[in-house]
Design a protein around this ligand. Structure first.
Ligand SMILES: *Cc1c(COP(=O)(O)O)cnc(C)c1O
Length: 413
């Protein structure tokens, strides 16, 4: 329809509000947003708009959303090596998938072993969302160290377990340094204790599936590993779809049943829900369906190849800059780097600030003080320019004592 002047003015104001946002479509932002080109974005946005007010709370009333969910879950199940027994749900994002993984573990422990003071074993590299989930759900988060190669220390995880353990977590890859944890060893402990093992493949689920198809050797990471009970994959990251889309896949329906919440203890009838949300926009579900279908294997292979090559060029380039070190060779498309303390004392947060003045947005993290790059296909065209600027900035800062501020990954106020 033709919009009134008033409606158009408001939409213009909304558009202008974004002019100060980071330039994520141009490959200058190494976190938070993913870009696979204008047509993919249009497919996502238009499908999203069609279903933004449809309600995923009850997919019986919206067979469209039921179809989107079951087809998207089937696609992801195939990526993560699930068989015909596997069963999953779409969620609003990695955090909700992780909340549900922790909830399912807690319920299983409570129902089958009477565990009332549950704990979860988390390598320090596991995402902050696990702490959040444990905090929300009354589960003790037991953080265990990582080895020198940043991968989970399996002996330490094993030693941290007791009769109240309901969950062990491994990541594929973990966010901070981008390496894959020893999933078979972690899952073996869980299998021995008969408790859940969740693989956080929020970042890697799409990429690792396609790296394998490209013939790269990928460490075992998914449901093909015995003992893994569930896995999460975020579609609003390397699925290149609109925000608000992740999938959790359980090894079978019985394990999935612990995720679902059901009550009839009120005056409104039987109420069941698969996740945290009640009313749930159909927009992200429709967008995820449309984008995964539009891209297909060929699209994801191409995007994965571009992101992977860009990431390796970035890692090599950073390793060649005097004063910086790459923390670990990336197993997927994430990497972090820090100051080469042996040679120069550079504050990497000052590096991030200097890069920001050149229009580059990089995440700051620690310990140890590091910068983090989540490399996606849109960086294929910008890595060389980024490296040139990074080299200049590092040279300028070498031997100075300029310091920068650490950043936060999320929002505090
Ligand atoms: C992004 C991420 C999460 C959290 O997902 P959100 O979509 O931000 O809620 C969890 N684990 C890993 C490894 C991640 O990269």
């Amino acid at each position: 329809m033709e919009l009134s002047d008033r409606a158009q003015a408001i939409l213009n104001e909304a558009r202008q509000a974004g002019f100060g946002d980071v330039a994520w479509r141009e490959g200058r932002v190494f976190s938070l947003a993913y870009y696979a080109g204008e047509e993919v974005e249009q497919v996502a946005e238009r499908a999203h708009a069609m279903y933004s007010s449809a309600n995923g709370l009850n997919t019986e009333a919206f067979p469209s959303l039921k179809k989107f969910q079951s087809e998207v879950v089937a696609t992801v199940t195939n990526w993560v090596g699930g068989d015909t027994e596997a069963a999953g749900f779409m969620t609003s994002g990695g955090t909700e998938s992780i909340l549900m993984a922790v909830k399912a573990s807690r319920e299983r422990g409570r129902q089958h072993r009477g565990v009332t003071a549950p704990n979860a074993i988390l390598p320090v590299s596991a995402h902050a969302a696990f702490d959040k989930a444990c905090h929300y759900l009354g589960v003790e988060a037991r953080r265990t160290p990582v080895r020198d190669d940043w991968r989970a220390d399996v002996e330490a995880m094993s030693a941290a377990c007791d009769e109240n353990t309901v969950l062990l977590v491994g990541s594929a890859p973990q966010y901070p340094q981008g390496v894959i944890d020893p999933i078979p060893d972690i899952a073996a402990i869980a299998a021995r204790l008969d408790v859940n093992c969740h693989v956080d493949a929020c970042m890697g689920g799409v990429t690792l599936a396609y790296l394998e198809r490209m013939g790269e050797t990928v460490a075992p990471w998914n449901l093909a590993v015995p003992g893994v009970t569930s896995i999460s994959v975020d579609l609003h990251k390397y699925g290149y779809t609109a925000k608000g889309a992740s999938v959790i896949v359980h090894r079978n329906r019985r394990l999935r049943s612990y995720q679902t919440f059901v009550t009839d203890n009120w005056l409104g009838g039987l109420y069941g829900s698969s996740g945290v949300l009640g009313t749930k926009s159909g927009g992200p579900m429709a967008a995820a369906w449309a984008v995964t279908k539009f891209l297909g294997d060929e699209g994801y292979l191409d995007l994965t190849r571009r992101a992977r090559e860009a990431c390796l060029r970035l890692a090599d380039g950073i390793a060649g800059i005097d004063g910086l070190v790459v923390r670990a060779r990336p197993d997927s498309t994430l990497l972090s780097f820090g100051a080469d303390e042996q040679r120069h004392s550079i504050d990497v947060y000052a590096v991030a600030e200097a890069m920001a003045t050149r229009g580059w947005y990089i995440d700051r993290q620690g310990p140890p003080p590091s910068l983090h790059c989540t490399v996606n296909a849109s960086h294929a065209d910008t890595v060389e320019e980024f490296l040139a600027d990074l080299g200049e900035v590092t040279l300028e800062l070498r031997g100075t004592d300029r310091r920068g501020r650490g950043g936060t990954y999320g929002t505090i106020d």
